[in-house]
Design a protein around this ligand. Sequence first.
Ligand code: NAP
Length: 262
Amino acid sequence: MDLALRGRRAVVTGGSLGIGRAIAGELAGEGVSVAILARDAARLEAAARDIAAETGARVIPIPADLSTAAAVEQAAEQAVAALGGVDILVNNAGATPMGRIGDTADATWAKSIELKLMGYARLARALTPGMRERRWGRVVNIIGRSGHQPRANYIVGSSVNASLLAFTHALAQECAPDNVLVTGVNPGPIRTPRWDSLTAQGAADTGRSAEAENNAAIEGVALRRLGTPEEVAGLVAFLCSDRAAYITGTMIDVDGGGTRCI
Ligand SMILES: NC(=O)c1ccc[n+]([C@@H]2O[C@H](COP(=O)([O-])OP(=O)(O)OC[C@H]3O[C@@H](n4cnc5c(N)ncnc54)[C@H](OP(=O)(O)O)[C@@H]3O)[C@@H](O)[C@H]2O)c1
């Protein structure tokens, strides 16, 4: 299937690791020029070098802590200047820890809201006007199934993700008249560095081993295994393409059949 993405320009947040790294690689493989954003500059530069070598695409590392308004604004300006405009925004950077209501301080709520909810909103606010002017654009928000299947031991992540489901719908309505399509992708358990760290936090909460935590997570997945970042990235590339030109305001689970609702 030709996704006809060659020549498009994308920003992928959290593009140095895990799901974001796979999405950046997938888009670059389709001939998209990609700016990847994350905090650790050395890791980001290494990822950019590797993706460029693997795909031949232009990959630009922009180090930024996306949990402050000033840094988001500056990173968006840098991306627009470096790429000559941005057609695709993949909001993916998130780092919400596990935790129950009683052991979650205000600072943890604030940090997660600033990075994942406000970070996604601020980047969309900065980059969608250019897309709307050119009457072509895509925003894909990587959210998480806890937004519609909340978990007591992941209360901040569940709350932020539920907000992002609403945000995705609202932004889709706003941007549809200008052919800027906005979708959400809800990964289930995907094996990434973040998955391993959440599993360790979950193990500390339940007193089980990390392996037992992993097995419990797999038990809830119809396909009986963890997913891979590449299995999320393939869907994102499709949603960015003109093959998905009639899909907006939609949330799609990539979770091996783990979410059981109609
Ligand atoms: N893995 C799963 O099973 C799963 C399930 C549901 C939802 N998700 C969602 O999918 C997204 C990606 O998860 P992942 O598992 O791929 O995570 P990951 O392996 O931890 O990668 C996270 C990426 O985000 C960057 N990042 C973290 N904090 C940042 C900040 N303050 N500013 C800028 N960049 C930042 C990291 O780089 P630096 O640390 O260098 O900044 C890294 O590139 C997250 O939003 C997560 O909630 C994941």
